[in-house]
Design a protein around this ligand. Structure first.
Ligand code: SAH
Length: 418
C-alpha cells in the first residue's frame, strides 16, 4: 500500500476488529516464542482466514488507503500506452500476456484495457490475454465484477487458474495465486503497490553484531505485542546482511527478491518486460515499516489483521536480484515518469473536453495528487526489467553502424509515439 495518499484525510473510525487474529498470534507466541517480522506480516496480511487482504483488502476511497489508479484514470491509461509503446519497440509480437501482480480492485487493468480497446487498430491481430495474480478471494471477486461484470467461471478444469472470465472488451482473463502458475510466454508484467505488501525481515546493528528484530508477546500487558531483538544471530542475519553494509537498521524482503528473480528469468527466456511502481528507496532508508487504517498511520503491532502493513521497496535489492538476467531501468520518480509519458497533454485534452467546473476541479486535484512532489510525485518510483537486447543491439560491438538506433524506453525517456 501507499504513503502520501494515505496521509491525506479520511475519518478516524472507532477502533474495531474482533481481535481473533491477535488472540491467534498471542497463543502462538506464548507456545513457541517470538517470530520474525516477516512471519508476523505474512500472518497479519494474508492469513487465509483472518488476514487483512484476505478479509478486508481496504483499497479505495472507503478503504484504508487510496492508490494512484484509484485517484485518476489517466494513471492507468499512461501505463497502457507504456505497454503498447514497448510492444511496438519490440517488433509487435503476435501475442502477449498482460500479467498483473496484486491487482487490488482491478482499476488499473480496467484502465489499461480501455486504452487497448481505443488503440485496437494498432493492436489489431495481436492476441492479448490478461493474467491476474491475487491471493485474496475477496479482492478477486471485486476484480471479477469490475473487469467482467461478474461473469466468471470458478476452478476451470483445463487451466492452472482458479478462476477465468472474459473482459467487457472481450479479452480472456485468468486468476492465479502464484506467479509460477501463470503459463510461460511473451508477457508484460505489472506490479503497482505490490512489493511493498510483501513480508520484510528487520535487522538492528548492536555492539554484539547484527540482530534480527522479532515480534513477541509483552509479559506485562495481556495480549499486547512488542518488538524484541534476537539473542543471537538468526539464519536471516547471516543470509541477508551484506558485509559492506553501513546502515544501523536494515529491512530486507526476500519474497520480493524471489519474485524479481522469477520475472527476470521469464523475461530472459520468453521475452516481454516488467513495470514495477511503488514507493521506495535505492538502498538508503532504514526503518520504513508502517501500518495504515482509515487513511491514518496505525501502530503496526496493534490489532493485526485490521490494518494494512507495508514497507518501502528497496529498488537496489530488486536490481541485484535480477542477477543480470535482464537489464533494469530506474527507479525514476513518478512525476518524471508520468511527465515523460505525456500526462500534461492528456490533462489538457481532458480539461478541454469537460464541460463542468466540478469535473475540471477534480481533474486538477487528481493531477496534483499524482504529480506534486509533496504528495505522490516524489516518493513513488517506476522501475523496469527489460531484455538486454531492448537496450543494446546484440551485434552492436561488431557492427556499430549496422542497425538503426533502438527507440528509447518511454517513461524513462520522453515518449516518442508516431
Ligand atoms: N495494485 C493495486 C492494489 C495494491 S494492494 C493498486 O495499486 O490499487 C496489494 C495487492 O496485492 C492486493 O490486491 C493484495 O491482495 C495483493 N497481495 C498481497 N500479497 C500478495 C501475495 N503474496 N501474492 C499475491 N497477491 C498479493
Amino acid at each position: 500500500g501507499p504513503a502520501a495518499a494515505r496521509l491525506c484525510s479520511g475519518q478516524a473510525e472507532a477502533a474495531g476488529g474482533d481481535g481473533a487474529m491477535l488472540r491467534h498470534l498471542a497463543r502462538k507466541l506464548r507456545a513457541s516464542g517470538p517470530v520474525t517480522v516477516a512471519e508476523y506480516m505474512r500472518e497479519a496480511l494474508t492469513n487465509p482466514g483472518q488476514g487483512y487482504y484476505t478479509r478486508r483488502g481496504g483499497v479505495g476511497e472507503s478503504g484504508d488507503f487510496i492508490t494512484s489508479p484509484e485517484i485518476s484514470q489517466v494513471f492507468g491509461e499512461l501505463i497502457g500506452i507504456w505497454y503498447i509503446s514497448e510492444w511496438m519497440a519490440m517488433g509487435k509480437p503476435s501475442t502477449f500476456q498482460l500479467v498483473e501482480l496484486g491487482p487490488g480492485r482491478g482499476t488499473l487493468t480496467e484502465d489499461i484495457l480501455r486504452v487497448f480497446k481505443q488503440l485496437a487498430s494498432v493492436l489489431s491481430k495481436c492476441d492479448v490475454s490478461v493474467h491476474l495474480v491475487e491471493v485474496s478471494p475477496k479482492l478477486s471477486e471485486i476484480q471479477a465484477v469490475m473487469l467482467t461484470g461478474g461473469k466468471v467461471q470458478p476452478n476451470p478444469e483445463d487451466e492452472s487458474a482458479y478462476m477465468k472470465g472474459i473482459s467487457k472488451t472481450g479479452i480472456p482473463i485468468f486468476w492465479y495465486r502464484d506467479i509460477q502458475d501463470v503459463p510461460p510466454g511473451y508477457s508484460f508484467y505489472l506490479a503497482h503497490e505490490f512489493f511493498d505488501a510483501l513480508p520484510i525481515h528487520k535487522f538492528q546493528r548492536t555492539e554484539k553484531g547484527w540482530r534480527e528484530v522479532l515480534v513477541d508477546i509483552d509479559p506485562e500487558v495481556p495480549d499486547q505485542l512488542r518488538f524484541v531483538l534476537s539473542p543471537s544471530r538468526t539464519p536471516a542475519t547471516q543470509n541477508f546482511i551484506q558485509p559492506e553494509e553501513t546502515r544501523d537498521h536494515v529491512e530486507v524482503c526476500p519474497e520480493a527478491g524471489v519474485i524479481v528473480q522469477r520475472l527476470a528469468s521469464r523475461i530472459e527466456k520468453d521475452g516481454g518486460a516488467a513495470l514495477v511502481a511503488d514507493y521506495g528507496h535505492d538502498g538508503t532508508k532504514t526503518d520504513t515499516f508502517r501500518g495504515f487504517r482509515n487513511h491514518k498511520l496505525h501502530d503496526v503491532l496493534s490489532a493485526p489483521g485490521t490494518a494494512d502493513l507495508t514497507a518501502d521497496v528497496d529498488f537496489s535489492y530488486l536490481r541485484k536480484m535480477a542477477q543480470g538476467k535482464t537489464a533494469t531501468l530506474g527507479p525514476i520518480k513518478q512525476r518524471e515518469f508520468l511527465k515523460n509519458m505525456g500526462i500534461d497533454l492528456r490533462l489538457q485534452v481532458l480539461l478541454q473536453n469537460s464541460g463542468d467546473t466540478a469535473t475540471r476541479e477534480q481533474l486538477l486535484h487528481s493531477y496534483d495528487m499524482l504529480m506534486n512532489p509533496e504528495k505522490m510525485g516524489d516518493c513513488f518510483n517506476f522501475f523496469a526489467l527489460l531484455p538486454h537486447h531492448r537496450l543494446v543491439h546484440p551485434d552492436k560491438k561488431d557492427k556499430p553502424e549496422s542497425k538503426s538506433p533502438l527507440p528509447p524506453v518511454a517513461g524513462f525517456n520522453e515518449l516518442l509515439l508516431k
